[in-house]
Each structure stands twice: as C-alpha cells, then as structure tokens.
Design a protein around this ligand. Structure first.
Ligand SMILES: *Cc1c(COP(=O)(O)O)cnc(C)c1O
Length: 450
C-alpha cells in the first residue's frame, strides 16, 4: 500500500517536472478555475489515498505556476535541485521532529554538519550558531532577537525576563531600502516598524555610509546584501569602521549572501564577516524546496539566550547542541537535510558555479534587452535586472502580455519611482538557451504591445 502510493506519487512528480519546460509558466485561467473540483464539502467518509493523490495531480498540478521550471524569473525565488527534492522526500519519510538532539540524532547531526559547511562556504566566523528556519523573514527575526538580547544585556537589562517595559531605549538604524520583512521583524520584536532611524541610500539602493548618524548606547544597525530590486550590497566593513565595535550589525542577505560562494562576485560582499548576525534563504539561491531560511549569529550565547525555552543557559545533557535552543520553533521538520544534500552533491565549486552562471545570465539579459532598445535601470552586478519599456503604463502592459504569452514569467516592481520589469535569475534549471528564448519572447511581446 505505502509502496504503491509513493511510487505512484513519484511517477506523477516526475511527469510534472518533465512537463515544465514545454508548458506556459503561468497556469492557464481554465486550470485555475477548475480548482473548484478540490473544494466542496468536508467528506464524511474515507477515500483511497491513491485516488486523493490522483485528484491533487489532476487539478492542482496544472494550476501551479512553473516556479520549479527553467524560465520563472519572478520575485527572487529559485527552484529545487533534484538532490534537494529527493533528500526532502526521504527526510519527510523519516518524519524527524528535529528539536532535540537525543531524540533525533541523525537529522540534528546533519544540520550541525550543514551549518559548519555553510560557514565555510560563506566565509563567516566559524564560531557562529545557526538556526534552520522557514525563510529570511524569520531569519531576520532570529538575528534581531539575538541582537536585542545582546545590546540590552551589555547595559544590564534582561529582555527575555523583563521585556521591553522600562528597558533602556535601543537605537535601530536601517537603510531606506530595507526589505519590508526586516521592518516587520523589528515590529514583532517590539522595536517598532517605524521607530527607526532611516539612512538615505545611493542610486543602487546602498545605504550611504557618509549619511550614518552618530550613535551611542544600545544600537542595532540593519544592513543588507542583495537589494531585492537591484541586487546591490551595503558596504558592511565601512559601516563597521564608522560605528565601532559596540553596535550590533545585522545583515539581511536573503539571496545576496550566496554571492560569497562565487569567486568572481565575492568582492561585492567584502568585509561582511565584520557583522554580528546574518540572515539568508536556502529556498532562494541554494535551490532547496520551500521553506528554508538560515540565521547565523556570531555570539552563540546571545542567540541561545533569546531562543532557548528554559531560562537557565546551562549546558544540556547531550554533547551536541539541541537545535530548538536556537530557533523560535520547538517542533519542526529537518530543514537542514535538504541543505546538507545540496552541499554534499554540488560541493563548493558546484554552488559557486551555479551562482556564477546565474549572474552571467542576468548580465546577458541586460545586454540583450538594452541592445533591443529597452532601458536597464540598475547596475547588473548580481542576478537582478530591472527593465523599463517606456512609461509605467506601457511597462505594465508589456509585463502583463509577457505573463500571458507564457514563455517566461517576470514581475513588476517600482524602483526609485520608475515602474519596471524585474528579472531575477536564481534557478539551477535555467540554461543559457532559456535566457535567449526569454529575451526573444520579451522582444516579441514588447514589439506587439503599444
Ligand atoms: C526574499 C527576501 C526576504 C524575505 O525572505 P522570505 O524567504 O520570503 O522570508 C527578506 N529580505 C530580502 C532582501 C529578500 O530578498
């Protein structure tokens, strides 16, 4: 029963993935309308699991967007490497609740190894603690929770015990281009979404180091590597030099942090090891399935103080760290298994090569589209390309027509008051031929759009 169900499901998944290259990237409206078949009333009795899977595949598969395919360039999303998907399936079969080392040693060990490999790959301080969480949003929350603990502990305040009522104020500095999830994380931590000092940015969205205010007392500075529109990276080392050692620097590197693994790009992230905490996504550029984000914190004890369930920070009975001492969750899936599998399979050179390839593909998009007469709005240093097709209305019409045409999928954004199409190249599956095919489609669609 289990074997036939899972083998049947694996066959369906293969058929789905094999079909991604030849189907329109966005689902057909008729397929979306047909989702009604999965709605209806709560069934009273049982249905055979194979029939349930057949229903899902028949109705939901065609209504998905081909995010796992080679020509989805929307937002900053990434696909899922086959080895990551397979490891994810096996880990789901294990069903390990990876909160406590003694109960789930295999997955806890795999995550410890994955963490060590990641710190090496990304050239971050080896003493960092890590948290395997759902995404960069929560990873930002985790890094900032450690920051909140540390800057208040240094002035004698225990924020976990006593909260923020009556606490010494914390100065929070953010770039004007901080990602909205970082701002949301500040709100979740009681630090305020708008009670922040916003620092102006340059034309690419980089925080202007010369515009940093003088700060004193408990301070957290939030930087980013990889602006969600331009891909631009803040100058972390220069900020550290400016603010001194006592300011906690948190870096949102949701996708940009992976440029550290690419020999020809890592100079863009020069000096980021001078920060105190870093957030990134594995489900973006590392190409593991959703959901998977990572927080790294240099002061392991600060993260543990912020996240451990018990207030006594005594060593636990097991020789290995309990993963739940470092995450907001107690119970969770073993996210690190997919990451371990990618690193074990691709190796340092393979991860770097994937990042390099996507960056070159972004550059080719920029070159091809500007040669065709369209305006590229950003310096294409990483994987992000912003293109305008004239004014806002026409740009929007071109994007809508491109999405309907189906060869590739790109979204709309507004960059410094210009409406633009955003092309984000971050999938292992994208070949150079896919880029050429997409450039052709964009040109064709733009030519047919008034
Ligand atoms: C995508 C992104 C986030 C949010 O990540 P999630 O994985 O959606 O939680 C945060 N910051 C930046 C810069 C991003 O690109």
């Amino acid at each position: 029963m289990i074997r036939s169900l899972l083998e049947d499901t694996a066959a369906r998944a293969c058929t789905y993935l094999e079909g991604l290259d030849s189907r329109p990237v966005a689902p057909e409206p008729a397929a979306v309308a047909a989702l009604d078949a999965l709605d209806g009333t709560l069934p009273e009795g049982a249905t055979d699991p194979r029939a349930v899977l057949a229903l899902l595949d028949r109705y939901a598969s065609p209504a998905t967007i081909a995010e796992a395919g080679p020509r989805f360039f929307g937002f900053v999303m990434g696909g899922a490497l086959p080895v990551a998907l397979a490891a994810n399936w096996l880990a789901s079969a294990w069903d390990q609740n990876t909160g406590l080392y003694n109960i789930t040693p295999a997955t806890a060990r795999l995550e410890q190894t994955a963490l060590r490999w990641l710190l090496e790959l990304l050239e971050l301080p080896r003493e960092c603690a890590g948290a395997f969480v759902t995404g960069a949003n929560v990873a930002n929350f985790v890094g900032l929770a450690a920051a909140r603990h540390a800057v208040l502990a240094r002035v004698g305040w225990n924020v976990e015990a006593d909260g923020l009522f009556g606490a010494p104020p914390i100065t929070v500095v953010v770039g004007a281009e901080a990602h909205p999830t970082l701002v949301k994380s500040l709100g979740l931590l009681g630090l305020g979404r708008t009670r922040v000092t916003r620092v102006p940015v340059d034309a690419q969205g980089r925080l202007r180091v010369d515009a940093l205010p003088a700060v004193s007392g408990p301070t957290i500075a939030c930087l980013q590597v990889g602006n969600v529109n331009t891909g631009a990276c803040d100058a972390v080392a220069a900020v550290r030099e400016r603010v001194g050692r006592d300011v906690w620097i948190h870096v949102d590197g949701a996708f940009g942090l992976w440029a550290r693994a690419a020999p020809s790009r890592k100079h863009l992230l020069h000096g980021i090891e001078a920060a105190d905490s870093w957030a990134t996504d594995a489900h973006k550029w590392l190409n593991v399935p959703y959901d998977s984000g990572l927080a790294f914190v240099r002061e392991a004890d600060a993260l543990r103080a912020a996240m451990a369930i018990t207030a006594d920070y005594l060593p636990t009975a097991s020789a290995w760290r309990n993963p739940s001492d470092y995450t907001p969750e107690l119970s969770r899936r073993a996210r690190g298994v997919d990451i371990w599998a990618v690193l074990r399979s691709l190796g340092r050179a393979g991860v770097g090569g994937m990042i390099e390839r996507n960056c070159l593909q972004a550059r080719r998009f920029a070159q091809g589209l500007s040669a065709a007469g369209f305006e590229v709005l950003n310096e294409v240093a990483l994987n992000q390309v912003l293109v305008a097709f004239g004014d806002a209305q026409r740009t929007q019409r071109v994007i809508a027509a491109l999405q309907a045409e189906g060869t590739c999928w790109c979204g709309v954004t507004v960059w410094q008051e210009r409406t633009a199409m955003r092309i984000s190249v971050c999938s292992w599956a994208t070949t150079d031929a896919d880029v050429e095919r997409s450039i052709d489609a964009i040109q064709r669609v733009a030519a047919g759009t008034r």
